[in-house]
Ligand binder design. Sequence first.
Ligand SMILES: NC(=O)c1ccc[n+]([C@@H]2O[C@H](COP(=O)([O-])OP(=O)(O)OC[C@H]3O[C@@H](n4cnc5c(N)ncnc54)[C@H](OP(=O)(O)O)[C@@H]3O)[C@@H](O)[C@H]2O)c1
Length: 296
Amino acid sequence: MAHARLIDGKAAALRLRAAVAAEAARLTTAHGVVPGLAAVLVGEDPASQTYVKSKTKAVTEAGLNGFEHRLPASTSEAELLALIARLNADDKVDGILVQLPLPKQIDPQRVIDALDPRKDVDGFHRENVGKLWSGGQALVPCTPYGCLLLLRETLGGKLAGAEAVVLGRSNIVGKPMAALLLNEHCTVTIAHSRTRDLPAVARRADILVAAVGKAEMVKGGWIKPGATIIDVGINRVAGDGGKHRLVGDVDFAEASQVAGAISPVPGGVGPMTIACLLRNTLVAACRRRGFTEPAL
Ligand SMILES: NC(=O)c1ccc[n+]([C@@H]2O[C@H](COP(=O)([O-])OP(=O)(O)OC[C@H]3O[C@@H](n4cnc5c(N)ncnc54)[C@H](OP(=O)(O)O)[C@@H]3O)[C@@H](O)[C@H]2O)c1
């Protein structure tokens, strides 16, 4: 019988989406502005198509404008950069999302560099990365920001001084997560594939964020009793009857016997990512126009 508290990302995401919708409606009433998100999809990758579809659906449900740009897999880098330039200049567009991965003829870094940083709602542009680490109004990557919101809710905002260990150092999750936790005054360790004695490092954590992409790698014995666990991993493993099921990077059955609180997969970080994309689009719309931004 599990005793860890379940961190309900689905419910938290619904609350955030409702708050974004309310703030967007206020913005429209007060200033006649409807925040707009342009989603750019190059090629026919089925997973990417699903992501873009669900993002656009969430955008319109929140009362924002969604603009989808679907380009063939043969699109050249120059053609994509030309579209980015048009979206940068389009006043109706507050956020631009370029769905990754891109076909191999296109350098993703060159595309990210071409984004207007004020419209970079994924928070991947170097200007936003620099601001996140050095201070300033950054747009922050959605997944780690969603993790931070879950942690604030779970720990009642008491993050200062906590030992936080982030497993994974990607630009999309691990590094920005570490920066956010540092900004909250946690003592932060970033661990990765070259870290020696990962279980011992993980056991130091009051807050453990797992973002490695290895199914159920984090075992119960890696966890400090009472720790708060955020599981970012999304891994497809074989399930019953030839089907697949999703599991995280944490062995939930074992970890929930030891942890104080734990986010499940699915239903934890995943729903927060899309909610934070809506939040970032709203925030970008306010900042670009010099309006006071909502505290979401
Ligand atoms: N919930 C969401 O919305 C969401 C969003 C984004 C990603 N994700 C999921 O989160 C996971 C991580 O994503 P990502 O984009 O950050 O992945 P990534 O770019 O592949 O990075 C994985 C990181 O984990 C480290 N790592 C890999 N194997 C390890 C091991 N055995 N021991 C210790 N560290 C190890 C790698 O270390 P090195 O740097 O040393 O190689 C790397 O830093 C994936 O499962 C992904 O699907 C979920």
